[in-house]
Every structure is written in structure tokens, then in C-alpha cells.
Design a protein around this ligand. Structure first.
Ligand SMILES: [Zn+2]
Length: 328
């Protein structure tokens, strides 16, 4: 399948199995310090596995400053197009077999564009789009997308809402209530400080499936573990209709560069909270490029999961995402 993707997209050298680590380093501007031999060991360990691996969280965009105002001037790595042909290089190299595309700007136009990208692309397994969930006509908008086979979820950028009570708003909750008729999962995108608002929100919708993005973005400082986040995350995880993405973690590190030991306690906490049945892999590419390359992130998470049993690893790398999003 990986070979087929590479060939279809004209990634010649990758289709022939040649790794292009220089290109990846250039693309990724990797800041993690890892020697060539360490990197090779990790890659060999990955390529030795036959396991299906899904990236449950990435973005595509055709960059313009107007459409992506959140990409500031300091994020120069992100100020270009990121499309299927770019991602296919990364997934092929890192032995990721399929992906879920997630919205990055709040517009129906983008949702339709993401769905269009997925047409005829078997390796794009699902799309988490955006609809105006708080709008009075949201059910009409949902109806227009009912027949879209790849649409598996919706997301709203709650982290940027100025009102901390946004998740309690009745209009927004009415939109969430309507989702279960379509079998769509809702992605919760919040910062750690917003976790206390997510708990009663989830409790209002016991029949709705939720996926928490980026382990709810803890504040990762070199010498100070985010205890508040840890307590709140464990409380939220008691709700069995919430799964969690181990993604976007490196970009929460408040330091230049990063090392695996800095994220280990956050991995341990997320794993303890959600267990091996509800935690899943995500890259948050291309946003991850602010701190790491795609290949280094996959290799780092592979290292974290290496202590798990084969069955547990299969859950983390594919089955939990398939379940949470009801992927076909
Ligand atoms: Zn993201």
C-alpha cells in the first residue's frame, strides 16, 4: 500500500524503498538531537514491523496569510503549501499506512476542500471537518454532508474562544447533540487550563464519541510538571466515550529544541489515564515541523510504545483510531 501511494504520487526514490533522510531533515528542520546510528536503529525497528499504522491527526493547506492568520511570521516553516504529495513522502518513509485529515481553518469551504482531497485517495481514511455548530441552521449544513463517506468527525477551535464558558453555551451544545444522528466524532481542541470546562461538556453528551486532541496541550516546562493538567486529564478520561490523541506534544515544550525525556511524563500520564484502548497516534504535521520532523516524531513515539505488547501497540497505532472514528 505504501509503495502504491508513493508510485501514485510520483515519489520515485521512496517508491523504490530509498530513504531520503536529508530531504526530511530539510523539510522538518529537526531540532531533536539524535545521531545517525540512533536514527537508523529506530527506523530499523519500525520497518521490521508489519503493523498497520494510522496518523490520526494532520493538516493540509494551500497557504495564504489571509486564510491562515494563526500562522504568525515566526512560523516561517509553515508558510507554504502542505498537500498530499508532501505528506506521502513523510508517511512512506515512516511506515504510516493511512491518515486522518483535520480542519485548520473554520470554514465550510475548507471542509469541502479536505473531502475533495480524499476522493480516490485510499490512504486518506477520514476527514475531521468544521461546521458552524453554534448556528441555528447547522442541521441543514449537516444534511448536505450526510452522504460524504470520508467525513468522520467535526472540530471547533475552542482553544481560541475568548469565552472560557464556550463549551457550556446552549447553541453550541445543540449542534453537538445533532452529531450523533450522523455517527460523527467530535474532536476537543483545548488547552490544559480549559479541561475543567470539558468535563461537564462531555457529561452532557453520553452518547457522543469524543477525541481529545493533543492530550489537551499541557504546559511543558523543563523543570516543572503540569500537575493541574494531569489531575484534570485523569478526571476527563474516566468518561469512556472520550479517546485521546498523543499528538502535538512537542510544540507545547517551552524551550528551544527538545528531548524524549521531556515528554516521557506526559506520555506516562496520558497512557495511565486513557489506557491502551483509547490512546492513539497523531503527528500534527505540518505544525509539528516547528519543533521536529515527521520521521523523528514517529520514531520517538515508537520508542515510547516499545514497552507495550504487540496487541497494545496495534491498538495505539491503528485500532483505537478505527474505533473512535468508525473508519471503514
Ligand atoms: Zn493540529
Amino acid at each position: 500500500m505504501l509503495r502504491a501511494i508513493a508510485i501514485a504520487l510520483g515519489v520515485g526514490s521512496l517508491a523504490n524503498g530509498t530513504r531520503n533522510s536529508h530531504a526530511l531533515r530539510t523539510l522538518g528542520r529537526a531540532t531533536i538531537v539524535r545521531s545517525k546510528s540512533e536514527r537508523k536503529n529506530l527506523q530499523d525497528r519500525i520497518s521490521g514491523e508489519e503493523m498497520e499504522r494510522i496518523d490520526s491527526h494532520h493538516h493540509f493547506w494551500q497557504y495564504s496569510a489571509e486564510n491562515y492568520p494563526w500562522i504568525s511570521e515566526s512560523m516561517s516553516q509553515l508558510r507554504r503549501d502542505f498537500l498530499g504529495r508532501h505528506l506521502a513522502v513523510e508517511t512512506t518513509t515512516s511506515q504510516i499506512s493511512s491518515v486522518i485529515s483535520v480542519q485548520a481553518r473554520q470554514s465550510i469551504e475548507e471542509t469541502n476542500w479536505l473531502l475533495a482531497q480524499s476522493v480516490g485517495c485510499d490512504w486518506i481514511r477520514g476527514v475531521v471537518g468544521w461546521l458552524p455548530l453554534a448556528a441555528s441552521n447547522v442541521c441543514d449544513e449537516m444534511e448536505t454532508l450526510r452522504e460524504q463517506p470520508k467525513l468522520c468527525g467535526l472540530r471547533h477551535v475552542v482553544q481560541d474562544e475568548l469565552d472560557d464558558g464556550f463549551l457550556a453555551r446552549s447553541d453550541f451544545n445543540r449542534g453537538i447533540s445533532a452529531m450523533k444522528d450522523y455517527g460523527w466524532t467530535y474532536d476537543i481542541l483545548i488547552y490544559g487550563r480549559q479541561l475543567p470546562f470539558a468535563i461537564p461538556f462531555v457529561d452532557r453528551h453520553p452518547d457522543q464519541m469524543f477525541v481529545l486532541d493533543h492530550i489537551a496541550k499541557p504546559t511543558i516546562q523543563p523543570d516543572c510538571f503540569d500537575e493541574f493538567w494531569s489531575i484534570q486529564l485523569k478526571e476527563l478520561a474516566k468518561r469512556s466515550n472520550v479517546a485521546c490523541k498523543f499528538s502535538g506534544v512537542v510544540t507545547e515544550i517551552r524551550a528551544h529544541g527538545w528531548q524524549l525525556h521531556q515528554i516521557q511524563p506526559y506520555w506516562d500520564t496520558a497512557l495511565e489515564a486513557f489506557g491502551t484502548d483509547r490512546l492513539m497516534f497523531g503527528s500534527d504535521w505540518p505544525v509539528c515541523l516547528l519543533k521536529t520532523s515527521y520521521a523523528d516524531w514517529v520514531a520517538s513515539v515508537s520508542s515510547l510504545t516499545s514497552q507495550l505488547s504487540q496487541a497494545e501497540q496495534e491498538n495505539f497505532w491503528s485500532k483505537n483510531a478505527i474505533r473512535a472514528y468508525r473508519l471503514k
